[in-house]
Write a protein that binds this ligand. Structure first.
Ligand SMILES: Nc1ncnc2c1ncn2[C@@H]1O[C@H](COP(=O)(O)OP(=O)(O)O)[C@@H](O)[C@H]1O
Ligand SMILES: O=C(O)C1=C[C@@H](OP(=O)(O)O)[C@@H](O)[C@H](O)C1
Ligand SMILES: [Mg+2]
Length: 164
């Protein structure tokens, strides 16, 4: 089975994706990592040099033009499902799993992981939480189209296996 993990920055898509892939004994693929292989630099560098619009175009191209294995766990960047027809595309190509967490918990997770995330780099405290709350509200329209929703607080590969 081809599984796409989606959800806001910091909910643990990359971390949990690796564990889930290991449990299912299938390859793990991170979309941001594919983009970085393609550009030869970091996502943060790409944002800084080319801006978000160019990143979204590239993200779509890499997502929709990669021949993902039939059996794989793919973690996506938090914005990927929210641009172009990426969410419908993923829903047609595999099983989509939305990892859900409240904004305050996401802010906690992101406190020490901001540098590599250009959208939140300069934010802290209330302004970080406010930014996450606003974006999450808009993005959930897309995230909620996922086949399955999991609580990001207690992710366990065993539970997912039972749901598949
Ligand atoms: N289950 C977890 N419990 C606590 N911290 C976690 C957990 N999963 C991920 N993290 C931490 O949260 C941050 C974001 O995780 P990451 O997997 O990169 O999320 P995403 O890919 O969704 O942005 C990292 O610092 C990571 O170490
Ligand atoms: O939410 C977003 O728009 C982004 C999330 C990041 O991935 P993670 O969700 O893995 O942090 C990365 O793709 C880029 O910084 C933009
Ligand atoms: Mg990630």
């Amino acid at each position: 089975m081809r599984i796409f993990l989606i959800g806001f920055m910091g909910v643990g898509k990359t971390t949990f994706g690796k564990r889930l892939a290991k449990r299912l004994a299938v390859p793990f693929i991170d979309l941001d990592h594919l983009i970085e292989e393609h550009t030869g630099g970091s996502v943060a560098d790409y944002f800084a040099t080319h801006g978000e619009d160019a990143f979204r175009l590239l993200e779509k191209e890499i997502l929709q033009q990669t021949n993902f294995p039939e059996n794989a766990v793919i973690s996506t960047g938090g914005g990927a499902p929210c641009f172009f027809d990426n969410m419908d595309w993923m829903n047609a190509q595999g099983k989509t799993i939305y990892i859900q967490m409240p904004a305050t918990a996401i802010a906690d997770r992101l406190k020490n992981a901001k540098e590599e995330r250009p959208l939140i780099k300069g934010l802290k405290g209330e302004s970080l939480i406010n930014f996450i709350e606003e974006r999450l509200l808009a993005r959930e329209l897309h995230y909620k189209k996922a086949h399955l929703t999991l609580n990001g607080h207690n992710l366990n590969p065993e539970n997912v296996v039972e749901l598949l």
